[in-house]
Design a protein around this ligand. Sequence first.
Ligand code: ATP
Ligand code: MG
Length: 500
Amino acid sequence: MSLELRGISKSFGALLANDSIDLRVETGEIHAILGENGAGKSTLMNIVYGLVAPDKGEILVDDVVKNIKEPSDALASGIGMVHQHFMLVPVFTVAENIVLGHEKSGFAGILDLNEARERIKKVSDQFNFDVNPDDLIEGLPVGVQQRVEIIRALIYDAKVLILDEPTAVLTPQETDDLLKIMKQLKEDGTSIIFITHKLREVKAVADRITIIRRGKVVGTASPDASQNELASLMVGREVELAPDKGAHAIGDVVLKVEGLTIRDAVGRALVNNVNFEVKAGEVLAIAGVQGNGQSEVARSMVNLEEHVEGSIILDGSEVIGKSVRESLHAGIAFVPESRELDGLIGSMAIAENLILDLHDLPPYAKGIQMSPSVVLAEAEKRKEEFDIRLQSVNDPVSSLSGGNKQKVVLARELSRPVKLLVASQPTRGLDVGSIEFVHKRILEERDAGRAVLLFSTELDEVLALADRIAVMYRGEILAIVPSGVTAQELGLLMAGVVHA
Ligand SMILES: Nc1ncnc2c1ncn2[C@@H]1O[C@H](COP(=O)(O)OP(=O)(O)OP(=O)(O)O)[C@@H](O)[C@H]1O
Ligand SMILES: [Mg+2]
C-alpha cells in the first residue's frame, strides 16, 4: 500500500510546524524521516494517524484521498502507529491489552480474548516476535512491550506502519532485533515510516530518506550517504560527531559511594554493594544494558529511591536521608532518565520549568514571591543558549517536541553552580546537532572542575565523554576500566563477560 501526503500544513499559533509537506511512501518501502528537534516530524505523523487535524493538505492511500479525522479512520485505511510512550496497561496481559485497544479505538470487529490470543500467536510466529499472549505487560522488557504495540497495529491489518523514534528507549540488542523485524515486515509488503535520530539505524534499514527542517521538506538522501553528510543535511551545518576531549586536571574526591544497596518493595537487592568515587574534573560513566541497576543508582544520588543502604558522601557530607530538594541544594545537578516523570511539570510554563528547583532562591524570588521579569529574562537567555525551539517561554512545557523538552531539563541543570552533575541518558531523543552541543557542555562542566557522573546505555557516548567507565551488570559493578577501552571490550563487559 502506498501513502502520499500532499501539501500538508499545520500551525500552532504563529508557529508553522508543517509547511506544505509533500511525501510519498511506496508499497514495501522503509522511508526514514530525519530532522532536527522541533522540525515537525511527530506533528506530521500525528496528522497522518488522525491525532492532529491539518490546516491544509491531503492524505492519499493507494492514490485515493482519505478523510482521516481520528485514529480509527487511520486504522480503517490501513495506517497504524506505534507511539513512543506505549499505551499499554501494565497489570493486563498482552491479549487483554490488544482486546482493550480494539474496544477503545471504536474500530470495527471487536475481538474476543481467544480470537486475540490466536491472532497474536500467528503474527508473533510469522515475524519471530517471541510474544506470549498470556504474559503480563508489567513483567516484559521495553523491547517486548514495543513488539506488542507493533502486533496491535498488525492485527488491525496495518499496511503502513509509523514508528516515531522506536529505538530511543531500546537496548542495542533490542534495536538490532527491531531493525530485523522491520526488514521482515517490509518483505511482507508493509510500508514503514521510520523516525529516528540515529544515523546508523537509518543507514542500516532505510530505502529512502526525507529530511525535514523547520517544518519544510529540504531534501532527500540515499542511505549510502555518509553519517556526516546526513548530519549536515539535517542541521544545515557541519556537525562534529565525536567531541574533542582535551587534557585537563583531576582534583579531589567529590563523590564517594560506599556499600550502596538498593532494594525493591519486597526486599530484593536491585543494586548490591556498589562502590565508586568521582573526583573533581572527572567524568565517571556508568555503562550497562538497561535494567542492571543503573537507574536506581542514579535516582539514589538525589534520594528518589526508597530502601537504600550504605553511604553517598558528597564533599564530606552524607546525602542519604536528605529530601530530594535538600540533595539538590547540597550541590547536585540532576538530569533524570525520564524527563516526563522526574524532570518536568508538563502543565507549567517553559520559563518556570527552566528554574524549577531554584524558584525559591534569589534572584528569582523576593521573599516568597517569584520575580516574573527575572524568570522571563533568564528563560529567554537559556532558550537562545540551548537553541530550544519554541513559540513562547510562557507556553506549557507539554507543547514542546520530545527533544526540546529534554533541552529544557538540560538547560536548567547545566546552568546551576554545583559540585556534582548526575546525568542519566542526557542525549536521549536529541538530534545530532544538539548532541554535539550537550557533549561539549558536559566536557566544559568537567573542565571547570565539576565531578560528572554519567549514566548512559549508548556506547558511543560513554566512549566519547568518560575518563573512567564502570560497567554495571545485575546490580553490581563488574569492572571499572579506563577510557581507552575498545567498544568490543565494553560490549562484552556489558553482557557480563569478564576475562580471568
Ligand atoms: N500542541 C502543540 N501546541 C503548540 N506547539 C506545538 C504543539 N505540538 C507541537 N508543537 C510545536 O511544533 C513544532 C514541531 O514539533 P514536533 O513534535 O513535530 O517536532 P519533532 O520533529 O517531532 O521533534 P523531536 O525530534 O524533538 O521529537 C515544535 O516547535 C513544537 O513545539
Ligand atoms: Mg518528535
